[in-house]
Write a protein that binds this ligand. Sequence first.
Ligand SMILES: NC(=O)c1ccc[n+]([C@@H]2O[C@H](COP(=O)([O-])OP(=O)(O)OC[C@H]3O[C@@H](n4cnc5c(N)ncnc54)[C@H](O)[C@@H]3O)[C@@H](O)[C@H]2O)c1
Length: 310
Amino acid sequence: MSAYKKPQNQDPKVHYENTKARIQKIQSHLDTSPRSFRLKDKVIIITGVGSLKGIGRASALLFAHEGAKHLYLIDFDSTNLPDLKTSIEKRYPDVKTTTLQGDAADESLISGVCDRAMQEEGRLDVFFANAGIATKNPLETTTAESFMNAMRVNSLSCFLAIKHASAAMRKPNASRGKPTSGGSIILTASVAGLRSGAGTIDYSASKAAVNSMAKTSAYQLQKLDIRVNSICPGLIETGMTTDTFEYARSRGADAKIGQLNPLGRFGVPEEIAQAALFLASDDSSYVNGQNVAVDGGLSASHPVVPGRWA
Ligand SMILES: NC(=O)c1ccc[n+]([C@@H]2O[C@H](COP(=O)([O-])OP(=O)(O)OC[C@H]3O[C@@H](n4cnc5c(N)ncnc54)[C@H](O)[C@@H]3O)[C@@H](O)[C@H]2O)c1
């Protein structure tokens, strides 16, 4: 039997240059790819769209590019909502955009926006519960209050989305082109919700709850054609991770960011948006109750000492 030979990895500098080029290409998607209307007629709610570098904003723009009928866009922080609305309306005048300032973990806001979509459009097709917060403290200084706040913002928000969106989605409305019950609920969890090593104890617990809810609710909503899945992003450069990226860059360690996964790079919000688009569209009609990792392969392996196996 021949001895195992480690494949020749690229020169780190070449790999980093390739990474930058790849990311630039990914981020130019809206300018370079024709609209294919994979979300035609769909009425969609997205939470956590306010951050300029966030997953929510990248998803809203991609969903508009794909011809969604009406986007209801929510964030706690209203600063960037007018710009997002104008950007979508200027570029995609066929897409209706409603922005709302509010807390994704506020039940009256979430039930209210689902009701509003039903009143205005007669149907709700997709709820992308993406709003979330990160926490920073280690176990010793994590308080009961910060634990409960992480659970409220990250987990309760997803429960409310599942509860109220599914109630709207199960109502057929043939006059609006929806003859049967149906819809797609997408939750942003994290690789931190799959196993240890990617976040604090309260953040990780809150995201594990999200992954659990995707599985349980898919079963509780059976035979309604309402699918529930979660996305588990790995390390993505967004508003949430700016400090990490800035710290690494200030130390000249740019090329090392994200090196632990087999793709050997970090991800960008547009890559999570593409996964959300797949789950929102009918292309994923048989994908249900799953925790979909979009992490460059990070969660695929046990930790290994580089050598024989990696
Ligand atoms: N960036 C990563 O590496 C990463 C990895 C795994 C999971 N995630 C998850 O992705 C989701 C999106 O985060 P992001 O990385 O785009 O970060 P971000 O900070 O850029 O965006 C998060 C947005 O959510 C909003 N928000 C926070 N709490 C809210 C609330 N209660 N109600 C309404 N809006 C609220 C914020 O104002 C912000 O606009 C989060 O759920 C986060 O936990 C991110």
